[in-house]
Ligand binder design. Sequence first.
Ligand code: F6P
Length: 407
Amino acid sequence: MIGNVIVGQSGGPTSVINSSLLGVFKTAKDRGAKKIYGMLHGIKGLLDDQYVDLAEKIKTDIDIDLLKRTPSSYLGSCRYKLPEIEGNEETYQKIFAKLDVLGIKYFFYIGGNDSMDTIKQLSDYAALVHSDISFMGVPKTIDNDLAVTDHTPGFGSAAKYIAATVKEIIRDGLVYDYPTITIVEIMGRNAGWLTASAALAKGEDCEGVDMIYLPEKVFDIDKFMARVRKISVAGHSMVIAVSEGIKVEDGRYVFELSDHVEFVDAFGHKQLAGSAKFLANKIGSELGIKTRAVELSTMQRCAAHMTSRTDITEAFNVGGAAVKAAFEGESGRVVVLKRISDDPYMCITETHDVHDIANVEKKVPLEWITDDDYVTDELIHYIRPLIQAELSPIMVDGLPRHLNVNF
Ligand code: F6P
């Protein structure tokens, strides 16, 4: 008989992470799992006995349709780092005791490279104590910075939102007969995949952004200011995409050059915000040009009305593939996507050792970034299939309807 299942969501949310939750839930149910629990706020919630019986929450086809279209983590999230095993066995004993009480044989964690650290630690401990519980990682992150996998679920929808929003910002930003400058700040931490998706805005109906700055390259403020000065003196308006993670030569983030909020999470990540504002203020005060800073911030990771159907389908598939692999005896592995064809676009799922994925950041290759502050066609071709097709929200009273777990 199939043992019980527990699933959690961890790290920053995406607009399709609940599709992965559904992939785990439906596949485990269809394959005969008796109980499927959901940890509230990830592993942190499990430690505090916070979990729900998912069958009591997701009952009808309408619930499924709504959950699929509900952005952000239905079960809540956490940024919680498990301690090293050595010297902290008590924490692990506590977790495994809780899993035993619930009769758990399969543990699924939907998250990015930090969250995969949790799967690594738990599967290492399981091996140490000869536990037969399977621990599997289900990939997600808008940042697309997970190693090994072609891309991560969540990225395509965020990229679609960014490209669509940038198109709209360009329409607005070029409207006056005098030069204005709009700087759009995009998430992604130390990887520029999301910022690069601003390039997708360019097409026969859109001029595209003027410049794109990714964190993979040192940001040279003097060069940037000289370029802005030259273009604006010629009377042109500009829309510029910058990553939240751009850094200057001495290693400081651009936003750290002015007043900023200092917040560091459990994995040592600084809260990155304010680079666009800093640059817009600098241009405004030094060049006397009208500027605006637009921080896409959390909007880019919860824009379920702009979901890519390709993304949402893959998000479901990776959840299902994790269950299949675990039920067939795998543990300590992460489901990854492998692109087997570009035209037509096609990806399959495989699994890979979590040790190669946890805590590793996959960056944009430098050869995909051009010397004139833009990105190559190769990078655009890589992203474009991931934003294809749509899934309409279920509208109630003029607004998208969501499903809430009610913590
Ligand atoms: O991990 C995804 C991400 O959205 C990053 O792009 C961003 O820097 C970070 O999360 C923000 O995290 P938080 O919501 O914890 O501030």
